[in-house]
Design a protein around this ligand. Structure first.
Ligand code: ZN
Length: 269
């Protein structure tokens, strides 16, 4: 079914623009492109953009290649704070459900995406302005290989993917506040968190992974996919594409019996 237009959502001026880089237009174009890559098939995955104090989100459960600007949800940036309220004694309150956030624009025929709290974590904790979630098969396969490796050899870590001496890791920045990108002789590390029954229940572990790995721009979700973010759309997209290339390469390397890292010469960077 094609996504439908619906003026009941209100505030249509927030998603109406002839500028192709306006977030409402950009999300539609990106989702259609990601669909062709197999990243968001079967309504999974998604993309969110933050710009000029507003957060733009695609709806839940829609065919990503058919999304229209009129289908886009809009939130005020300040709504991200509702996701981390705490009591005075530091005990976390129940997290505000993504369904109860104060949307400025809410297409009534759709539900807000369950990815919303995860996108907002990237905006709030990382200062990102674009977050991409894919269900790419390469991301899933890499997490399965790590899981299998750790079962066979408990000394191996299932909670981080590592690779080195691959040119494409130059597509990944060194970290927030750090100049430049990883170099050919650096080791790329991407943390892995365990999947949950509901997408929104990943939020706490995703946030913990962001805190444990302050330089990472991505978190893999076991048997599920990946969340990738960046300062802007172009950077998030470049990182996501570079990682997907690397994960696909890693799966093929394993098939050929090639190691991802050389543990005979430890690289600490
Ligand atoms: Zn997902």
């Amino acid at each position: 079914m094609a996504a439908q237009s619906n003026s009941i959502a209100g505030n249509d001026h927030l998603i109406t623009s002839s500028d192709p880089t306006h977030p409402a237009n950009h999300i539609c174009k990106l989702c259609a492109h990601f669909y062709t890559l197999g990243w968001v098939t079967g309504t999974g995955g998604g993309t969110s953009i933050r710009k000029d104090g507003l957060i733009y989100l695609a709806p839940s459960g829609v065919q990503k290649e058919l999304i229209q600007p009129t289908d886009i949800f809009v939130l005020e940036d300040s709504a991200t704070n509702r996701q981390q309220e705490e009591t005075s004694n530091g005990v976390a309150k129940k997290r505000t459900s993504h369904k109860d956030l104060p949307y400025l624009r809410r297409p009534t025929q759709f539900s807000p995406s369950a990815c919303t709290p995860l996108f907002m974590a990237a905006f709030r904790l990382r200062g990102a302005n674009c977050c991409i979630h894919t269900h790419s098969q390469w991301t899933v396969l890499v997490t399965l290989l790590l899981e299998q490796d750790a079962k066979k050899d408990p000394s191996k870590r299932a909670d981080v993917f590592e690779i080195e001496h691959i040119e494409q890791i130059k597509g990944i920045p060194n970290g927030p506040g750090k100049a430049g990108n990883l170099g050919y002789f650096d080791r790329l590390r991407v943390p892995v968190i365990e999947n949950t029954a509901k997408e929104e229940d990943l939020t706490d572990t995703l946030e913990r992974a962001m805190q444990m790995w302050p330089d990472t721009y991505a978190v893999l979700v076991r048997r599920h996919g990946i969340y990738v973010w960046g300062e802007d759309v172009a950077k998030a997209k470049t990182i996501c594409e570079s990682l997907d290339y690397i994960f696909r390469l890693a799966v093929e390397m394993r098939r050929l019996g090639l190691d991802w890292v050389d543990n005979t010469t430890e690289t600490n960077k």
